[in-house]
Design a protein around this ligand. Structure first.
Ligand SMILES: O=C(O)CCC(=O)C(=O)O
Ligand SMILES: [Fe+2]
Length: 533
């Protein structure tokens, strides 16, 4: 089971606490046992010392002889074996194994590393800045040489040589610095700890060799042969007999001399079809705009920005007369509004709990992975009574109905998403295109006419909702909601509503999404042949 969200990763924290408890009680049991083993040893020692003082006299007494024999038969089996045979470890190991399913796996590690790489790309994060504990201005742990190396190696295993290069360079830099520091310190320690220092520096050479090996190869893969050769030479300076490096050196030198072969090899290095399409999309204008918006850049002027307004909205609805909705228009075409303070903290707490009923332990039921690194939950009507909404959901439905004037009975069930590490949702339409005729057929309620997106958390950094075609960006604020129509009155899709959820850089993002459908809106939002009406 993969750890797809921060809410889910929480179980790993509980598991870690359990393991700490297990290990401590293990140590306590072992300490008791070892004390008894020590006592036993002392007992034997005392006894034998005494007996050995005068062996003949001791063994000459038949009672002594009898007791000696008893000691190593009856007493041994009954008292000694249980103490010296150690099954405490096995018992503890079994208990730890039971916690295993609550712990992340190597699959998760791969996912976490590639999420970090995505964040680095989207938010233009400098490798050394991240490694030194600055995540876009937010303080994070400093990464050691070994940790940078592992990030490089995980990228390497994914065939991502660009990020391999970045993180191995970082590992190499930090390694050089620590060698320098060590040499300075060594000057003052010379003499006393010579052998220690020697062992350590061998260790350090070994690290450097490994880093150089990966780094040279990723430069080669990236097409920078001279850099690959230079690093290989550096490696050979440390270890002239490194077999792969010796061979690579010959190979790189020959390639550098032969331009035609160099060309051919870059063809050989062509990525498989999927990876290439993926790379092409990541370089597309849409994707680059999406990423720029995520970083908070203004990619194009917002049309009629000076006319954007706020207003209190009652719709003459009893629910809103006492507490009007606070509507802020943030875009005209397409029309996008923010409603302020739609959900209270208490309601948010309850909805999160409904979505993730057994989050605190083991399996999260009905959690399925939708977009990457995101756990999606649907609050089904039977979450409460069969066929009925939970009161807190019902209340929210009524409020959304009062605000939008749209019928919520034909809407989809409330969809909750918890975005975790790098969790995001790439540009998409919420409505079904003409060519996707059957998309919502089974629902029998027509296309998704509108989206009501409730933000259930603040996000420390990242996690905006952005509209790349019109340059609009919305930053989540707990309790606020975004609302827009996906369809014109004539049922045609509004293509400029294409939008995306930016990767979460720091924090956790929770949203509750309500997709409202066409059916039921005939009198609430009458159709028109004029699409602009
Ligand atoms: O989470 C967001 O900001 C947008 C989510 C979204 O677009 C969707 O779930 O369809
Ligand atoms: Fe969406």
């Amino acid at each position: 089971e993969l750890f797809t969200s921060n809410a889910h990763l929480q179980t790993a924290l509980y598991a870690e606490r359990d393991i700490a408890g297990l290990l401590k009680s293990y140590v306590e049991k072992e300490e008791n046992r070892l004390n008894r083993v020590r006592q036993l040893a002392e007992d034997y020692e005392r006894h034998s010392n005494k007996a050995l003082e005068n062996i003949d006299k001791y063994l000459g007494n038949p009672i002594n002889a009898f007791l000696l024999i008893k000691r190593f038969t009856l007493d041994w089996d009954r008292d000694v074996i249980p103490i010296i045979s150690n099954n405490t470890w096995d018992a503890m190991f079994q208990e730890i194994e039971q916690v295993r399913s609550d712990l992340p796996t190597h699959e998760d590690l791969k996912g976490a590393a590639s999420a970090l790489m995505r964040l680095q790309d989207t938010y233009h994060l400098d490798t050394s800045t991240v490694a030194h504990g600055d995540l876009g201005g937010v303080v994070s742990p400093v990464l050691s040489v070994e940790e940078c190396f592992e990030l490089g190696r995980l990228s390497y295993n994914e065939g991502d040589f660009y990020h391999t290069m970045l993180w191995m360079e970082q590992a190499l830099d930090e390694h050089s610095k620590s060698v320098k520091n060590r040499n300075i310190n060594r000057g003052s320690e010379r003499g006393e700890r010579e052998s220690d220092v020697f062992a350590d520096s061998e260790d350090m050479d070994w690290t450097r060799i490994e880093v150089l090996d990966y780094l040279a190869f990723s430069y080669f893969k990236l097409g920078d042969l001279s850099q690959a050769l230079e690093l290989t030479n550096e490696l050979l300076n440390i270890d002239p007999n490194h077999e792969r490096a010796v061979n690579n050196k010959k190979y790189f030198e020959a390639m550098l001399q032969d331009e035609t072969r160099k060309k051919r090899s870059s063809d050989e290095n062509k990525k498989p079809g999927y990876q290439q399409n993926r790379d092409e999309y990541r370089n597309s204008e849409e994707f680059l705009t999406y990423e720029a918006l995520c970083r908070g850049e203004d990619v194009m002027p917002v049309k009629n920005a000076h006319k954007l307004t706020c207003r209190y909205l009652t719709n003459n609805h009893p629910l809103l007369l006492l507490q009007p909705a606070k509507e802020e228009t943030v875009h005209f075409d397409p029309w996008v509004v923010i409603y302020h303070d739609v959900m209270s903290d208490e309601e948010i707490k309850q909805i999160k709990h409904l979505a993730t009923p057994r989050l605190n332990r083991a399996t999260v039921q009905n959690a399925k992975t939708g977009a990457l690194e995101t756990a999606n939950y649907r609050i089904s009507k039977s979450a409460w009574l069969k066929g009925e909404e939970h009161p807190v959901v019902e209340k929210l439905n009524k409020r959304m109905e009062a605000i939008t004037g749209l019928d919520m009975d034909t809407a989809e069930e409330l969809q909750i998403a918890n975005y975790g590490l790098g969790g995001h949702y790439e540009p998409h339409f919420d409505f079904a295109r003409k060519e996707e005729k059957d998309a919502f057929k089974s629902l029998g309620t027509g296309n998704r006419i509108a989206t009501f997106l409730n933000y259930m958390s603040d996000v420390e950094a990242g996690g905006a909702t952005v509209f790349p075609y019109v340059g609009l960006k919305l930053f989540p604020k707990k309790g606020n909601a975004a609302f827009w129509y996906n369809l014109y009155r004539n049922g045609e899709g509004i293509y400029n509503t294409r939008h995306a959820a930016c990767p979460v850089l720091v924090g956790t993002k929770w949203v509750a999404n309500k997709w409202i459908h066409e059916r039921g809106q005939e009198f609430r939002r009458p159709c028109s042949v004029n699409p602009d009406a």
